[in-house]
Design a protein around this ligand. Sequence first.
Ligand SMILES: C[S@@+](CC[C@H](N)C(=O)[O-])C[C@H]1O[C@@H](n2cnc3c(N)ncnc32)[C@H](O)[C@@H]1O
Length: 297
Amino acid sequence: MKIFENQDHKIIAGDSLDVLSSGISDNSIDLIFVDPPYNIGKNFNGCKDKWATDEKYLHWCYTWIDLCISKLKSSGSMYIMTSTQFMPYFDIFIRERLTILSRLIWYYDSSGVQARRYFGSMYEPILFCVKDYNNYTFNAQDIMVEAKTGAKRKLIDYRKNPPQVYNSEKVPGNVWEFARVRYRMDEYENHPTQKPVALLERIIKASSNIDDTVLDPFSGTFTTSFVAQQLNRKSIGIELQEEYVKIGLRRLKLSEEYKGEKLQKQIRSFETKKLQQQNAAKLNLFNEKYDRTSIHR
Ligand SMILES: C[S@@+](CC[C@H](N)C(=O)[O-])C[C@H]1O[C@@H](n2cnc3c(N)ncnc32)[C@H](O)[C@@H]1O
């Protein structure tokens, strides 16, 4: 286990089970966002996300879920993701331990694979749970979205006396539409299951306050810690793969180098082409100038 930190943010390179067992105090975390491997065969830098049996996967998950719960403060909240096929097991396990307040759907407008003989997957489930349903943070005002009835249709509520236009804003419902992170997007990092900044912004704004501590035990590209930093929260991110830890160190500006390697964002193929075109243009300008100068001499 190796720790990189400044005053407010901590990146822990290691196995989250070890770190949760011995590296984080109980009852110390305000918000946990968990986006674990889904047991669907993704490739995390050479490490295959597939357990020998479903039971083994679930047993592993139940171990870290219990550990996460012990790290939450009594007023804490947890958002937890997994694949659609395993979420029902998570739901049954968690509802014995926490109060599940919302069963969220993160919906996106394109499936990774275009299915031809079944219906393609266009969503991922998220559970929103709290330890104490009488005492938890929920900053409704910070996450309001447009309410079409009032804002667009301008409908009047005649049950009110006097009648009045419906609200133009509302707390989002439980289906959230955010685009998946695509190769050409600015926020893209080299990781197969990076979550969008917009998704984490809604979660962190709703369920934590400034200076609260947000924990992500499977950090990947450290989207959670990155957004926590932008929103003036503290963060702890855990990740097993060194390649992804390097992304976190760069994204959080915790370090400019790692083991002597300068940390830089990977240049994407379209950026290489653009760079080549810019260099060629510069060279042309230089040649033109040089040619003119030589004619005038
Ligand atoms: C679904 S991804 C998380 C993606 C992340 N939410 C993001 O926005 O980039 C799961 C991550 O868990 C990491 N991981 C898998 N097993 C782990 C373990 N035992 N301890 C810590 N990290 C682990 C994988 O390397 C992978 O990056």
